[in-house]
Structure formats: C-alpha cells, structure tokens
Design a protein around this ligand. Structure first.
Ligand SMILES: Nc1nc2c(ncn2[C@@H]2O[C@H](COP(=O)(O)OP(=O)(O)OP(=O)(O)O)[C@@H](O)[C@H]2O)c(=O)[nH]1
Ligand SMILES: [Mg+2]
Length: 239
C-alpha cells in the first residue's frame, strides 16, 4: 500500500483545522494510506492543541516557536516525509481554499507524473470570492513568471500540490530559502528544470472560509525578485 502525507502549515487556523482534518479523513481513498502533518508556528488561538487533542495516530503535529513562513514549514515537512518513507506528499492550506474533495483527482494522476498542481487557471478562471485586485495579482504573477522563466505552468503560485517523494529527493531542499508565493514558484521551477513531469489539474479555489489573511506586500515583492534569481541560478547551475 502506498503512503501519502498531507502537510498542512498553520498559523492561527483554529476556526478551520479540525473541520478540515475531518473532511480529509472522511474521504474514501483506495489503496493509499493517508496521514496528516500539521506544522504550527506558535498560533495563539490554540490550533496546535486542538489537533493534538484528537490524539489520532494518523496525525502528527510539529510545533515551531514563532511564525517562520510557509516555505521553511514545507521544507521541514518534505524532509519528514523522506525520512519516514512516504511515497507522496501534499501541500495544502488549512483555510478550506483547497477543497479536500479534490484529493482523489491528485491520486488518480500522480503515478504517471512527478508533480500534480491543482490549478485555478486551466479551465477559465476557477476562483471564488477573491477581490479583483488579488485575482489580477495572481494571474499576473503567472504571466510574468512564464514570460521570464519559460515555466510552462498556468498557475505558478498554486499551493495545492502533490509531489512524488522521489521527485523531492532530487531537489536540494537546504538551498531553498523562499517563502509564500515565491516558494511555490521556486518549487515548480526547480522540478521542471530537472526534467520532471508536471501536470496541472483543474481545481476550484475558494477564498479562506474563516480566519485572518496573512497576505502582504512583502510576499509580492519577494516573488517578483525570485524569478530573476531562478534565472541566475539556472545559468550558473546552482539548481
Ligand atoms: N506554519 C506556518 N503556516 C503558515 C504561515 N503563513 C501562512 N501559513 C499557513 O499557510 C496556509 C496558506 O496561508 P494563507 O494565509 O491562507 O495564504 P493565502 O491563501 O495566500 O492568503 P489568505 O487565504 O488570504 O490568508 C494556511 O494554512 C496558513 O495558516 C507561517 O508562517 N507558518
Ligand atoms: Mg489562504
């Protein structure tokens, strides 16, 4: 039986996390054992304790003291998955933007690919309840990245993804320092550059159900700069 780890980084997601875990575990996924890793960055709203109280042996919680960003949380989760012998690893947000019902479609495609990307922009625009400026920013980021780097992906900042662990093993995880949007772009770019097979599947992205947004200007500036850094790194073979 294959083993999948769903990594969910959390920062103040008490209003969402328990319902999300319930929704994931209520899915019937044949032939795959699915476990959850929550990486919480010192949430003050009790997120971590709520998850621990479930005391379910399919759930692991890693506590970090302070908010250290999404990228470092995922890198930690990837290393955990490699160490524990998982076959597949998911990136998933805690806020219900990523519908757990889409999980079976990822499983159906991952065996014949190396990275599955849940994409908002392959069947028109599948985003619900986002302010227009955020939609423009997100679609703009994809055009900008594709233009500069050639990355053949329509939703470059997508954060609902499934990796084969074998793919992650080929990436120098310690050299990845980016966070937020740029982390999502960097992972896709590196995997594409190594010649792996990426597949975008359609998802519907819904704005966070509850809780507070952590989106800020710094994340956008960092991402705009990142694509140039990626070009530099690929020219000097630092990838
Ligand atoms: N561990 C950890 N998790 C984080 C951090 N920043 C965000 N997250 C979590 O990462 C996921 C995605 O972050 P979001 O805040 O939803 O980012 P977003 O979808 O771009 O923006 P909003 O939904 O508007 O907030 C959520 O589960 C957050 O709780 C962080 O610094 N550390
Ligand atoms: Mg969100």
């Amino acid at each position: 039986m294959k083993k999948a780890l769903i990594i969910i980084p959390t920062f103040n997601e008490a209003e969402n996390i328990i319902q999300l875990i319930d929704a994931i575990f209520s899915l019937k996924i044949d032939g795959v054992e699915t476990n959850i890793l929550v990486i919480d960055d010192g949430s003050k709203d009790g997120t971590s304790d709520m998850v621990k109280k479930l005391s379910n042996d399919r759930i692991t919680v890693i506590d970090r003291e302070r908010k250290m960003g999404l990228g470092t949380a995922y890198i930690l989760g990837f290393k955990y998955a490699i160490e524990k012998g998982y076959d597949y690893v998911f990136e998933m947000d805690a806020d219900f933007s990523h519908d757990p019902k889409a999980l079976p479609a990822f499983f159906a495609n991952i065996e014949s690919n190396d990275l599955i990307i849940g994409s908002r922009y392959i069947e028109g625009i599948a985003v619900v309840n986002w302010p227009l400026r955020r939609l423009i920013l997100s679609i703009g980021a994809s055009y900008y990245t594709r233009l500069i780097t050639g990355l053949p992906v329509k939703d470059v900042t997508a954060g609902f993804m499934c990796y084969k662990v074998g793919t992650l093993k080929q990436i120098d995880l310690d050299s990845i320092k980016s966070n937020g949007y740029s982390f999502q772009i960097e992972m896709k770019y590196r995997i594409w550059k190594k010649g792996f097979k990426l597949l975008e599947i359609p998802i519907v992205f819904i704005d966070r159900r509850a809780g507070v947004s952590k989106m800020n200007r710094k994340i956008v500036y960092e991402a705009s700069f990142m694509v140039w850094k990626l070009i530099y790194m690929s020219i000097f073979r630092k990838l």
